[in-house]
Design a protein around this ligand. Structure first.
Ligand code: GLV
Length: 298
């Protein structure tokens, strides 16, 4: 019988592979074939459903290199007795930075301005050119008061913003937060309860000058409703790092001048991605050595 081996679904930072190698694991690179392997190290873009998990005849862990685990059928994993782990904490600051960056970019029309300059449309300073929104002293509504939501709140403090928080049944009611906020930033996990948490009704509750920021998961927002909201002025702008059917965009989204789009790079700093790979690898090694899994998802 061969020694323990791990399937790594796609190239990840070397730092993670080193940990797997040092633990004496055979690494099988690429894809999601789990038959005959002891561990699967996968990405948020891998759909790990019940059928896939059932093929794992000796699977002892599914280690996601992400904090979100909405790509994994957790109920099926539980039923089959396969532990699932994630990479929390390490990506909090990087993701909060990106959320705040999108907020500022949308408020101050940075992408519009960049395009204007590059295409030769900038003919000199003008009193009315590129007017955006003030940020300091405005109200920021944060939906989801977990680590990332609270890290965004800490940044808002530096901008002397009033922060409204809502989380499950705590904090300000969602409707009130939407009605009072100048900026709304999403920081909940994607679950059946949060799917389309922000739809037409919620977007219509927001203020016409408001900006929506999503660095959480695309399906939390009804993207077609958001396109209409931005076209028809129910809200002023949006900053999006995630999309409902990634990497596809809802029809019309990319044509809007009042949306800033990023390619799901919330955790994409060199240091953060290295740490995420290391943590995912450490979870694999712990599971295969029969030790407690540091970041077990319950
Ligand atoms: C990124 O989206 C993550 O869940 O880690």
């Amino acid at each position: 019988m061969s020694g323990p081996c791990v399937r790594v679904s796609a190239p990840i930072p070397e730092a993670g592979l080193r940990i797997l190698g040092r633990a004496g694991l055979e690494i099988r690179m690429g894809g999601l074939e789990v038959r005959g392997v002891d561990a699967l190290l996968c990405l948020l873009t891998d759909r790990v459903d019940a059928r896939l998990l059932e093929r794992g005849d000796r699977l002892k862990i599914v280690a996601n290199m992400a904090v979100g685990t909405d790509n994994i059928d957790l109920a099926a994993a539980r039923r089959l007795g396969i532990p699932v782990s994630n990479t929390p904490d390490v990506l909090t600051e990087a993701t909060a930075d990106l959320a705040f960056g999108l907020l500022l970019a949308a408020a101050r029309r940075l992408v519009w301005g960049d395009r204007l300059v590059r295409t030769g449309g900038f003919t000199g300073w003008a009193p009315m050119l590129g007017l955006g929104m003030d940020v300091v002293g405005r109200t920021l509504g944060i939906i989801g008061a977990g680590q990332i939501g609270r890290a965004v709140a800490a940044r808002a403090d530096g901008f002397r913003m009033e922060v409204l928080l809502t989380d499950k049944n705590a904090g300000v009611p969602l409707a009130e937060l939407l009605e009072r906020s100048d900026f709304v930033s999403l920081h909940v996990s994607l679950t059946p309860e949060t799917h389309h948490l922000i739809g037409e009704r919620e977007l219509r509750r927001m203020r016409p000058h408001a900006v929506l920021v999503n660095t959480a998961r695309g399906p939390i927002v009804d993207e077609c409703a958001l396109v209409r909201a931005l076209q028809e002025g129910w809200i002023a702008a949006a900053g999006l790092d995630v999309f409902e059917n990634e990497p596809e965009l809802a029809p019309g989204l990319a044509d809007l001048p009042n949306v800033v789009l990023a390619p799901h790079i919330g955790s994409a700093t060199v240091g953060t991605r290295n740490r995420m790979a290391e943590i995912a690898a450490q979870n694999v090694v712990a599971a295969l050595e029969g030790k407690p899994i540091p970041n077990l998802v319950r």
